[in-house]
Design a protein around this ligand. Structure first.
Ligand SMILES: [Zn+2]
Length: 218
């Protein structure tokens, strides 16, 4: 059995930690005290620290690198591996003594990216989002008015995505592409997506959104 560990004992790596968000006390403006008739009074709101902490936490890169002390691998029945490392860290503020592989990085840039992604989760788009992004209506060359509505999204680039969700199958959608005049185009999607005759069959909304994203960017 091959171990797929990214780090070895003795290696140095960057790691990340979740920290509560700190902000300046609004009562004393972060100074910890305020002036009361000529006297400096300790701010009771923040107990003189000047800082308050939010319950919410954010990922931060730990400045000091950690050193890998030992490796623990759990092998799962499906041949998957989860790797944890015992680490040493010179940082005195936090106890950092073990880390999963996903939280150890060769470069500070990778660690920063992990924090950024973790602190700014991307909400995955839904069909409704694409409908909201669609052009409300167009008048085509045959003087017909076509509107964006559920199941038909008009993109500014000249294409219309048509989404059909058969009522007898809760999971399957089909997506096709038309021009503004209502002509079905079978070439575009057939070339780009696997196993389809020009109309793409999708099992999930996420798959539909992948096709919509593609059409939107044509
Ligand atoms: Zn205060």
């Amino acid at each position: 059995m091959e171990l797929r560990n990214k780090f070895n004992v003795g290696d140095e790596a960057y790691t990340v930690i979740r920290k509560p968000i700190q902000y300046d006390c609004p009562v004393c403006d972060g100074t910890g005290k305020f002036n009361h008739n000529g006297y400096n009074v300790k701010c009771p709101h923040c107990c003189g620290t000047g800082k308050l902490t939010d319950k919410k936490t954010l990922w931060n890169v730990v400045e000091e690198k950690v050193t890998i002390g030992s490796i623990r691998v759990n092998i799962h029945s499906n041949n998957g591996q989860s790797i944890k490392y015992k680490v040493y860290c010179k940082n005195v503020l936090y106890t950092i003594n073990s880390r999963p592989e996903s939280q150890l990085f060769l470069t500070i840039e990778e660690a920063e990216k992990f924090c950024y992604d973790g602190n700014n989760p991307i909400k995955s788009k839904t069909i409704k989002d694409y409908i909201a992004d669609g052009v409300p209506f167009v008048i085509n060359s045959m003087n017909e008015r076509r509107e964006t509505r559920e199941g038909s999204i008009i993109f500014p680039n000249g294409w219309v995505a048509s989404i059909v969700k058969p009522t007898n199958s809760p999971k399957q959608y089909t997506v096709a592409i038309f021009d503004y005049d209502g002509y079905l185009n079978l070439e575009i999607l057939r070339k780009h997506f696997d196993n389809n005759d020009g109309v793409v069959i999708c099992n999930t909304e996420d798959e539909v959104c992948k096709v919509l994203e593609y059409i939107k960017n044509l």
